[in-house]
Design a protein around this ligand. Structure first.
Ligand code: PLP
Length: 396
């Protein structure tokens, strides 16, 4: 008998499946607000100029394709440390590993927690990026949730979050926080709330695990690091998992970092040695190209300037799209107020659309939204804004 004949078909990925359905939709007027990729006004995701220029430099200067160290390119690791922490934490308390995307960073962090910090559990917000739970479980790390989104579905229920993290956690548990631009809701803690969260984590002996996939998409590069840096004012230990897929537009190059902060240089060195063991048994060492691009851009003041301008352009355009959509919905007779979208940060927002309304938007109007009602604001389009607002009003 064949061993594979009895394998059950897995469900397709909920979000990527929508992209396929969108591509197959023959209507000329359609809009994809589902997948988490930045799109410009023409609906495309072009390579950033700073990246093209860095690749040109790399093409001319690269002399080998030999393996990288297990923890990646030294210049990249230093650049990441600076982007995340500035000079807040001494370098000898920080271990940075270049990883295949933010996903790779999360997987490495989860395996480290599962093997080195057992019996730790990880608490993730409800809701969170669906892959968080999958990654943590795959690494053998037990997953619990804490309440996050309020019953209005567009603001933070901070008291509930604090209550859950106080009452349900044990010392040594890890708490996953979105450093900025919470996916899928766009709802972030305020500065004061970050202070309270940081104190709570410190006083209960919890390990902060920050997922930082959207630095530069909220309020700005430095501003978006404030949550992580506030946590580190109160906690001696933390792990940050960052991604450069979005802010460098390097989605397919798979470039991210797992950054561990420990209380002492010797604890940092020991932790790094264990993180390397995790990497060795997973993918051995990271791919070079994406990390080399980021390191090349950040080592060159001119390219850094171009990068910051390009990233700021994306951030401001998303903000503008939010404003246009809210204004557009105000023009629709009887439509609800969407002003809450203006407070939310980053590419995503919970629209408040029900599963049925999401369904109708797709079948009647060719607007593709994830079942939860999460919309990728960057998928909107200046020219089609009136059309979109009419479609949304029609199903509400
Ligand atoms: N974390 C969050 C919250 C994300 O939204 C994403 C990507 O969508 C990631 C991590 C993973 O990023 P990457 O594509 O670099 O693996």
């Amino acid at each position: 008998a064949h061993r594979f004949d009895s394998i059950a078909m897995a469900a397709p990925d909920a979000i990527l499946g929508i992209g396929e359905a969108f591509a197959a939709d023959p209507r000329s007027e359609k809009m994809n607000l589902s997948v988490g990729v930045y799109k410009d006004a023409a609906g495309t995701t072009p390579i950033m100029q700073c990246v093209k220029a860095a690749e040109q430099k790399i093409l001319e200067s690269e002399t080998t394709k030999s393996y990288l160290p297990i923890d990646g390119l030294p210049d990249y690791r230093n650049a990441v440390r600076e982007m995340l922490l500035g000079d807040q934490v001494p370098a000898d308390r920080v271990a940075v590993l270049q990883t295949p995307g933010g996903t790779g960073a999360l997987r490495v962090a989860a395996e480290f927690l599962a093997t080195q910090c057992s019996p730790t559990r990880v608490f993730v917000p409800n809701p969170t990026w669906a892959n968080h739970t999958a990654i943590m479980r795959a690494a053998g790390l037990p997953v619990e949730t804490y309440r996050y989104l309020g019953s209005d579905r567009h603001s933070l229920d901070f008291q509930a979050m604090v209550d859950d993290l106080t009452e349900n956690t044990r010392p040594g548990d890890a708490v996953l926080l979105h450093a900025c631009c919470h996916n899928p809701t766009g709802v972030d803690p305020t500065t004061d709330q970050w202070q309270e969260i940081a104190k709570l984590l410190a006083s209960r002996g919890l390990i902060p695990l920050l997922d930082f996939a959207y630095q530069g998409f909220g309020d700005g590069l430095e501003e978006d690091a404030a949550g992580l840096r506030t946590v580190l004012q109160h906690c001696d230990e933390a792990i940050a998992c960052s991604s450069y897929s979005k802010n460098f537009g390097l989605y397919s190059e798979r470039v991210g970092a797992a950054t561990l902060i420990a209380a002492t240089p010797s604890a940092t060195a020991a932790s790094l040695s264990q993180l390397k063991i995790v990497v060795r048994a997973n993918y051995s060492n990271p791919p070079r190209h994406g990390g080399a691009i980021v390191a090349t851009v950040l080592a060159d003041p001119e390219l850094t300037k171009i990068w910051k301008t390009e990233l700021e352009g994306k951030r401001l355009r998303i903000k503008q799209l939010r404003e246009q959509f809210v204004a557009g919905m105000k023009q629709q007779p009887g439509a609800p107020d969407f002003s809450f979208l203006l407070q939310q940060k980053g590419m995503f927002s919970f629209s408040g659309l029900s599963a049925m309304q999401v369904d109708e938007l797709r079948t009647k109007h060719g607007v593709y939204v994830v079942g939860s009602g999460r919309i990728n604001v960057a998928g909107m389009n200046e020219e089609k804004m009136d059309w979109l607002c009419q479609a949304v009003a029609d199903v509400m």
